[in-house]
Every structure is written in C-alpha cells, then in structure tokens.
Design a protein around this ligand. Structure first.
Ligand SMILES: [Zn+2]
Length: 170
C-alpha cells in the first residue's frame, strides 16, 4: 500500500494543502479493519504560523459493503469527517494523542495512513441501517424485515414463566 505523506517541514509560513484518493486497496493492509471497501477523498491542510503547526484532515466519501442491521443486505454509508491536530516536536519518538501529533525535530514528512484508517473506521455508526427513504424505496429486504418482525412478535407473545406464576396467584 502506498504511504500517504504530507509535508510538515521546510514549509513557508501559511497554508499548505494536499489531497489523496483512498480506495479499497488502502484497507487491505488493515486486517482488523471493519471497513473493507469504499471511496474517499482526503484533504489535508497544514497551517504554519511562526512555530505553531496545525494539521486539519478532512475525509469525504462513502463506505461501501456495510451490512444493514435490519435486513443484512449491503448498504452504502456516506461520511464527511474533519479532525484537527497540533503538530509538536519531540526529541524522541513519542506516541501521538487524539489532538497532538509528535514528530521528530528532523522530520520533514508525516505518514498519515494510520490517521486516515482511524478516522474512517471511527465514523462507522454503531447502528447501521438503510435510512427511511431507502427502506421505502425497498432497499431494506422486505422478506427479511418480515421474518424479523414475526420473530419479534413471537418472542413478545411467549409468556415469561414468572408471570404465569403471578397470574395463578391472582
Ligand atoms: Zn436494510
């Protein structure tokens, strides 16, 4: 997988933009990735003001091949996310946090693969379903929905044995 480097040193004061395209291939390197396919544009902005360096990463695109919680069919999930970081120098390798990226003082480039990976994977919703209009368009598999509904009603109707005991006491 190609690394996605942004320039972080040797830059003039001001704003510096770069853009990358991310496709299915990107996720092959991440076995644990929940996202396996999709298409995204990553825009980076490094702002240099005196000694301050800030990095903004914006990712827009669509995660594909997620499975709908309702009907278990594939769905597409559009995302638009932005994260802001402060870039700080460190004498030795220091683990970055959610807000601060530590780089070595002689480091001129930053590989943002891991950041892209995390941002995309964190944008997966915990509940993923076809949305209302898609459901009305019939994207949510009707047969599966019906099965699920039947199952739900059946489970509700089954009497809890504890209630039966209480009923007998009446
Ligand atoms: Zn669905």
């Amino acid at each position: 997988m190609p690394k996605h480097y942004i320039r972080i040193a040797g830059l003039k004061e001001g704003e510096h933009r770069q853009a990358f395209e991310i496709k299915d291939k990107f996720f092959e390197a991440y076995e644990q990735s929940e996202v396996k396919t999709g298409s995204f544009i990553v825009n980076t902005l490094v702002v240099l003001r005196g000694l301050d360096r800030k990095l903004t990463i914006n990712i827009e695109g669509t995660i594909t091949n997620l499975l709908c919680d309702y009907c278990a069919q594939k769905l597409e999930w559009p995302i638009s996310i932005t994260s802001n970081f402060v870039i700080k120098e460190s004498e030795k390798e220091t683990e970055s946090t959610d807000e601060v990226i530590y780089v070595l003082s002689n480091q001129h480039q930053l590989n943002i693969n891991q950041l892209i990976f995390e941002m995309i994977n964190l944008s997966i919703p915990s509940k993923r379903t076809h949305n209302k209009s898609e459901q009305e368009e019939g994207k949510c598999d009707k047969e599966m929905l019906q099965l699920l509904e039947e199952y739900a009603t059946k489970t509700n109707k089954e009497t809890d044995p504890r209630w039966e005991v209480l009923n007998k006491l009446k």
